[in-house]
Design a protein around this ligand. Structure first.
Ligand code: ADP
Length: 389
């Protein structure tokens, strides 16, 4: 029987899984999409990205997140017979002010994390439901939680606050930043492979369905475009990104919209989808002739550029830029657009290296890199470390 660490990232309609040996070698990465819908589907790949067989399933097998986990585990067991899961690591979107490092799940901790649900109502309850489902699937097995906010908790005060009366800051209305597991991975990769750059001033652009940027000084987060919620900063697949709060007041006062309606608008109907009216998916937008698709991409790239300049100012200069996430890793067009006209900042890229998705794509004094992120391994490492304590 071989011992393994399982990682889970449970969303509202998706479940991402990672399976690792005790020595942290990747065995498989899987994801189930569109949970609760007829088109729900599961994909599993091995460490080299080769698809592993997934047997036919009834739609009911993915009816709920807990059911999807059960089904996914059956598939894992068929592909890797005799596995013994010794720990389960979970991605939790919000750790609030206090939870700044991975930790072992207890009933008291679950209650504390549930109290943070109003800070991330669309994510936190699903993350916690994933933990509950895993406790049921693996009773007695240590469950470890890793927070997407933890990497940013060392933000200096000016990058952590809003200009509201102080009492709001004290009760937790702060800039938490998110995508912390991804930034943690990139910081680790820079430390391992580019120590000089790691010791300098680097902006990381995590551009996926959710998108954000993080300014790293000596490997520590000093500013992030995501703030209190997952809505701030860059436009995303379906989320608006930064918005003048006056717009929300206008929607309430003049349109009579309530919190739920506004939440749906800002989280689910805006961003690339809302602007283009075509799709939330960058690949589809890049292939579209629709002028609104082009404008959505224009706005996305403009905002990344603007934030890059702002972060360079926050860092007092710039030594490196790292692109990651589905768009950052795969869309050479986005990278080229973001870097165009940035020579004043020392950014120049080699079109051929960019088109080839090379690890380093720059020719100028600022090192521009493409580093595929890996949130699952960050969770697995954390689970192993907590287990060893
Ligand atoms: P998630 O945040 O759900 O993990 P990903 O990091 O997988 O998202 O990123 C999804 C985004 O990456 C989508 O907009 C998708 O279109 C985009 N993407 C993936 N591959 C490419 C590609 N080859 N060219 C352009 N965009 C891509």
């Amino acid at each position: 029987m071989s011992r393994a660490i399982l990682t889970l990232n449970s969303g509202s309609s998706s479940l991402k899984l990672g399976l690792f040996t005790e020595g942290l070698q990747t065995l498989a990465i899987g994801h189930v999409d569109r949970i609760g819908r007829r088109e729900a589907a599961m994909k599993i790949a091995d460490a080299e990205g080769r698809a592993l067989p997934v047997p036919e399933h009834a739609p009911n097998d993915f009816a709920t997140n807990a059911q999807a986990l059960k089904t996914a585990l059956e598939v894992f067991e068929a592909d890797f017979p005799g596995l013994e899961v010794i720990a389960v690591g979970h991605r939790i979107v919000h750790g609030g002010i206090e939870h700044a490092a991975p930790e072992l799940v207890t009933e008291a901790l679950m209650k504390d994390l549930a109290r943070l649900a109003p800070f991330a109502p669309l994510h936190q309850p699903h993350n916690l439901a994933g933990v509950r489902a895993a406790i049921e699937a693996f009773p007695g097995t240590p469950q470890i939680v890793c927070y997407d906010t933890a990497f940013h908790r060392g933000h200096p005060f000016v990058a952590d606050t809003y200009a509201l009366p102080r009492a709001y800051y004290e009760e937790g209305v702060r800039r938490y930043g998110f995508h912390g597991l991804s930034y943690d991975y990139i910081h680790g990769e820079l430390a391992r492979t580019e120590p000089e750059l790691h010791a300098g001033r680097v902006v990381v652009a995590h551009l996926g369905s959710g998108a954000s940027m993080c300014a790293l000084m000596d490997g520590r987060s000093v500013a992030s475009t995501l703030g209190f919620s997952a809505l701030d900063g860059l436009p995303m697949g379906t989320r608006s990104g930064e918005l003048d709060p006056g717009v929300v007041l206008y929607l309430m006062d003049q349109k009579g919209m309530g919190a739920q309606e506004i939440s749906d608008l800002l989280y689910k109907q805006s961003g690339l989808l809302g602007m283009s009216g075509v799709s939330n998916d960058m690949r589809t937008l890049e292939g579209s002739d629709d002028p609104h698709a082009k404008e959505a991409i224009d706005y996305f790239c403009f905002r990344i550029k603007r934030e890059l300049g702002a972060m360079a100012a926050a860092l007092g200069g710039l030594d490196g830029v790292v692109f990651c996430g589905g768009i950052g890793e795969n869309s050479s067009a986005t990278r080229a657009r973001v870097c165009a006209g940035m020579e004043w900042l020392g950014i120049e890229i080699d079109p051929e290296a960019n088109a080839a998705h090379a690890r380093t794509i720059s020719t100028g004094k600022v090192r521009v890199m493409v580093i595929p992120t890996n949130e699952e391994i960050v969770i697995a490492r954390a689970a192993k470390a907590v287990l060893a304590q």
